[in-house]
Design a protein. Sequence first.
Length: 173
Amino acid sequence: MSDQGQQTYQRAIVGALLGLGVQTLSALVLLAVAFSGDPAAMLPAVWYAFAGIPVWLVLVLLYHQHRLEREEALESERLARQAPESRLFGEAGDALSLSRRRLQKMYGLVLPLTGVLVGAYLMAGGLWRLGEAQASLAPTPNRFTASNARSSAWPSVWAWRSWTSWSGATWPG
């Protein structure tokens, strides 16, 4: 492999590893903060921080496979120059290119699958947060209605309203 090509892929791998390290460290710090403070407020941030880890991991693997594919291609070219009459390194050599086939499989299967899985993970987190928001907001209109009920026929509602506001319980229904 040429020195410039080797440096390019090495930089890409180092950059992806650095991104993976920063993402993992951020997620772990957020997790520690969540468990030391208010987990309900921090867990969504932890959820989203952990979503980036598979993306960086796939980038590391992808750049590494690119580097292997380039090394294999250059080695094949070098051997073809040494033995030009050999068909092994001509058109049939493309079929023997193991790294190129792995790289094509990564682009065809691993990248889309990772995108779908990370997307499903993030959608699950969003739906979880939406469910929490609906559960916490659901009693609000009922409390509003109960607080505006000024009829003397509703003393049990007033009692329930005062108990729920004192205890933090929610309105049934």
